[in-house]
Ligand binder design. Structure first.
Ligand SMILES: Cc1cc2nc3c(=O)[nH]c(=O)nc-3n(C[C@H](O)[C@H](O)[C@H](O)COP(=O)(O)O)c2cc1C
Length: 393
């Protein structure tokens, strides 16, 4: 064999081996497995052909938004009632010291359950838990949060029902050249009209969005600098596809809002340091907020009231489902309310609460949930869910 031919053959073989090795490594790291695997099955099996009674409502409930994808819920199911419990073991610790976010997530699940009740031929009567969020016996593992009484009724498919499996938190940059139509914002405001304990604040002017964004970036920096908070948050980050499939909860790079190329690179690259990851979160917060045409706050009269927190969750879920039907993207960005809780827990001056009161211009309303809304530049990707069998007691 001539030397040139031999070298050519060698380099072709080397390239093949390298590419094959890279593809093998990429496979192992889940580069080609976005949205695949058992952790994502509940999104595909939520509407079964088999008649299974009220369990169908739980299949819809578990697809709801929830903090850090902790899925802090358990359901006791009979044909005449579903009891919803908070699973205290899935608490976010110092990121949510008063269970406020946990209850908002449970409210999101309630909203999906209600939509599925009508769609599955049930009439329902909902009773929400009352009292303060922290009203828990010592070492409690479960707390009953709501009861949904069921009786048979006509099958009515609510307009938002079909959006349940299409709603995903979208953490990518939004289209900064496209504003959100005023009719859309009016529809959101209308959702709040019948709720005397909840108020929606929307920020669309450049100056207000800038203030909101600067406050959120500051709150993000404070969380990163707080060793307990960043540790309690990081516990729910799943570094590999395999970890995600094992736990079927928590947040993973696939739903991070990066482009497909950057996600693939991040998966095959050596792990980055914690400092780099935290700085990346701060930078992403800056960049994504700067691209966002609408920022918002859901506020309540009493930040630590159970039923107000549940209702805030119900309204967020409804807003996000409706936004999905309109081709809009949305992301909760709750660092500011999280810092309000943390300053209270540490007995510090309530600087973040004061900032939020100035931002909304109305100190009587307490922001419990912050979000961003706009037209997407990238699709929001699916997140993991535990199977229904794991959350029914
Ligand atoms: C109370 C609450 C707070 C949340 N806070 C944030 C947040 O600050 N940043 C974020 O990216 N997502 C946040 N989320 C979104 C969750 O991380 C998301 O719902 C969860 O990972 C499941 O993903 P999905 O919404 O795409 O189904 C929050 C959701 C809830 C209900």
């Amino acid at each position: 064999m001539k030397k040139r031919t031999f070298l050519k053959l060698m380099s072709a073989t080397t390239v093949t081996v390298l590419v094959a090795g890279g593809v093998y490594q990429a496979h192992g790291k889940g580069v080609f497995s976005t949205g695949k695997g058992p952790a994502y099955e509940p999104w595909h099996t939520w509407r079964t052909d088999e008649p299974e009674g009220s369990l169908a409502l739980v299949r819809a409930a578990i697809l709801a938004a929830n903090p850090h994808n902790t899925q802090p819920w358990l359901f006791q199911v009979t044909e005449s009632q579903i009891e919803l419990y908070a699973d205290i073991s899935r608490h976010l610790g110092t990121m949510d010291p008063y269970f406020r976010e946990m209850y908002i997530g449970l409210g999101c699940a309630i909203e999906n359950m209600i939509l599925a009740a009508s769609a599955n031929g049930y009439q329902y009567q909902l009773t929400l838990g009352s009292g303060t969020l922290t009203d828990l016996p010592p070492n409690a593992k479960l707390k009953r949060v709501a009861t949904l009484k069921l009786s048979s009724g006509p099958v009515v498919i609510p307009p938002l029902y079909d959006a349940i499996p299409n709603r995903h938190t979208n953490r990518a940059v939004y289209d900064s050249n496209r504003s959100v139509e005023s009719e859309v914002l009016e529809t959101f405001q209308a959702l709040f009209q019948s709720e005397s304990d909840l108020k929606l604040f929307l920020f669309t002017s450049e100056a207000a969005r800038h203030r909101f964004a600067a406050g959120t970036v500051r709150a993000t920096e404070q969380i990163v600098a707080d060793a307990d908070m960043i540790h309690d948050s990081g516990r729910w980050f799943r570094p590999t596809w395999q970890e995600l499939q094992k736990h079927r909860s928590g947040v993973h790079i696939d739903a991070s809002g990066m482009t497909a190329m950057n996600r693939a690179l991040a998966k095959v690259s050596p792990p980055i340091s914690e400092e780099t990851a935290h700085q990346a979160w701060i930078d992403a917060t800056k960049i994504t907020l700067a691209s966002t045409p609408v920022l918002g706050l859901i506020s309540v009269r009493d930040l630590y009231d159970q039923s107000q927190s549940l209702k805030a969750g119900q309204l967020w879920q409804r807003m996000h489902l409706w936004a999905t039907t309109q081709g809009l993207a949305a992301q909760p960005i709750n660092q500011l309310p999280e810092m309000v809780d943390r300053e209270l827990q540490l007995g510090e001056e309530p600087r973040t609460a004061q900032f939020l009161a100035q931002l909304s211009g109305d100190p009587l309303w307490k922001p419990t949930f912050a979000f961003r809304l706009g037209y997407p530049t990238l699709e929001g990707l699916v997140s993991a869910r535990r199977p229904v069998e794991d959350v029914v007691v």
